[in-house]
Design a protein around this ligand. Structure first.
Ligand SMILES: Nc1ncnc2c1ncn2[C@@H]1O[C@H](COP(=O)(O)OP(=O)(O)O)[C@@H](O)[C@H]1O
Ligand SMILES: [Mg+2]
Length: 226
């Protein structure tokens, strides 16, 4: 085959593949972090979303333990202290690799420490919320010790995960989603529509959930903060 024809064929094939990749859904290629107090439904929601849209999931707790991004075990708080110096570069590496691969429509980093992902790599931040009474029951079912339940329920009342996410001022979109009613199917469907730009995210706009205000109005704060 003459060289010029071979170059032409290669170029045509290149343009064809480029156009194919441009139009395939995988090119949406968004990065979403899912945060929230333990028990709010991060892992479960991530799994349902990944059944609806081609997703690369990073379950942060698993990654931290499997790859030993830990310093020491905090006995009092019953949790590992995370080595951010090794974890953050690793997260950057994974996200960049998967974005380059263009194999996925969505990359989810799931975990209450997912706000460690550098700002500029995040397209969506989702923070899951759950009413303190329901969260307490969910954590009791997990057989967490009383102190750990109390600490987590207090963090949820104070909206700690929302505050951490808000520090990332450059996230284009932050959604705050109440999972108290366990309507995970509906939430997953809506999140997928939002990411595909088929739906506005007004329903999940930040600031609508305020457990502190609710408990204060009902004179119940003492039950949780003694
Ligand atoms: N397989 C499941 N089927 C039905 N509900 C589930 C399932 N897994 C989790 N859930 C619901 O979601 C809640 C939170 O679970 P999980 O996703 O593990 O929270 P997180 O990852 O935020 O700690 C559970 O307490 C339960 O109500
Ligand atoms: Mg989980």
């Amino acid at each position: 085959m003459p060289i010029s024809l071979s170059i032409l064929l290669t170029a045509t094939k290149g343009i064809f593949l480029f156009l194919c990749s441009f139009f395939k859904r995988g090119d949406i290629n968004k990065v979403c972090i899912i945060s929230g107090t333990p028990g709010t439904g991060k892992t479960f929601l991530t799994k349902i979303i990944s059944q609806k849209i081609n997703t690369f999931c990073v379950f942060l707790n698993e990654l931290i333990i499997n790859e030993k991004h830990t310093l020491n075990y905090d006995n009092a708080r019953e949790t590992w202290v995370v080595n951010e110096k090794t974890l953050i570069p690793r997260l950057k590496e994974i996200i960049k690799r998967e974005k380059r691969s263009k194999n996925y429509e969505l990359i989810i980093i799931e975990g209450h420490l997912s706000d460690l992902v550098p700002n500029k790599l995040i397209d969506y931040g989702i923070v899951l919320r759950c009413h303190p009474d329901v969260l307490k029951r969910r954590l009791e079912k997990r057989n967490y010790k009383e102190g750990k339940i109390k600490e987590n329920v207090q963090a949820e009342i104070l909206g700690d995960c929302v505050s951490f996410l808000l520090e990332k001022k450059r996230i284009k979109s932050i959604l705050e989603i109440d999972t108290t009613n366990e309507n995970f199917e509906e939430i997953a469907k809506n999140v997928v529509s939002i990411i595909r730009n088929d739906k506005s995210f007004k329903k999940y706009a930040l600031g609508k959930i305020d457990w502190l205000e609710e408990l204060f109005s009902n004179n119940r704060l003492g039950e949780f903060f003694e």
